[in-house]
Ligand binder design. Structure first.
Ligand code: 5RP
Length: 225
């Protein structure tokens, strides 16, 4: 697949997300907005309906800047009562709509915003669809001083953690990308990694999976729920 084709699929799913959420939004609605290239297309299409909802909460500084550049209000999560719908991309999705996220290092804020949302809509191109999670290295956000401790514990869980050099998250932490995991029990592994001292969040979204997946395919955007 060429990158142009993949971008076309990302655009199509982002546009479908705006068409899907628009009828659900009211004047006081808050939209949660994810991070990454697919989320960026979503932000650009969301601008076409700005004014039909109150504003947004962003899952990263980068998305907040893009939203503001379109004149879309961005609120602090602590200043809003709730989020009507959260729209975000993914690095992998399985048929249960459990995800791996964090390729853009925004996983912690993404998981927080998803936890607040009435509805979580995942937007992805078909390259992200997998039967079993784990081919994409699992991102884990870690307090910097705990990096080696957490890496040793991740090895005990069967993974091969690699320090993502030169990346500092919006929260001031570092990322370990865990290779060679075959995630047969996503909920159990999400909980086990969260229980390692020094881990802030891991990129498995199984305790709170997506409610709706809009998957961009060569045959059109398919919806799964
Ligand atoms: C960022 C993420 C993104 O949703 C994920 O990396 C997918 O990105 P893209 O839409 O660019 O393929 O989790 O932390």
């Amino acid at each position: 697949m060429t990158s142009t084709t993949q971008d076309q699929l990302k655009r199509a799913t982002a546009r479908a997300a705006v068409e899907t959420i628009a009828p659900k939004l009211e004047a006081d609605s808050i939209v949660g907005v994810g991070t990454g290239s697919t989320a960026n297309f979503f932000i650009d299409y969301l601008a076409e309906i700005k004014g039909r909802f109150d504003g947004t909460v962003a899952s990263s500084e980068a998305s907040a800047e893009r939203l503001k550049s379109h004149g879309i209000p961005v609120y602090d999560l602590n200043s809003v009562d709730g989020i009507r719908v959260y729209v975000d991309g993914a690095d992998e999705t399985n048929p249960a709509l459990q995800l791996i996220k964090g390729g853009g290092a925004a996983l912690t804020r993404e998981k927080i915003v998803a936890a607040c949302a009435e509805e979580f809509v995942c937007i992805a191109d078909e390259s992200k669809w997998v039967p079993v999670l784990g081919s994409f290295p699992l991102p884990v956000e870690v307090i910097p001083m705990a990096r080696s401790l957490v890496a040793r514990e991740l090895v005990k869980l069967g993974g091969d953690p690699v320090y993502r050099q030169g990346v500092v998250t919006d929260n001031g932490n570092v990322i370990l990308d865990v290779h060679n995991l075959e995630i047969m029990e996503p909920v159990a592994l999400e909980e086990a990694i969260n229980n390692i001292t020094g881990v802030v969040t891991n990129g498995i979204f199984a305790l709170r999976p997506a409610d709706l997946l809009l998957l961009g395919t060569a045959a059109g955007v398919k919806a799964f729920s």
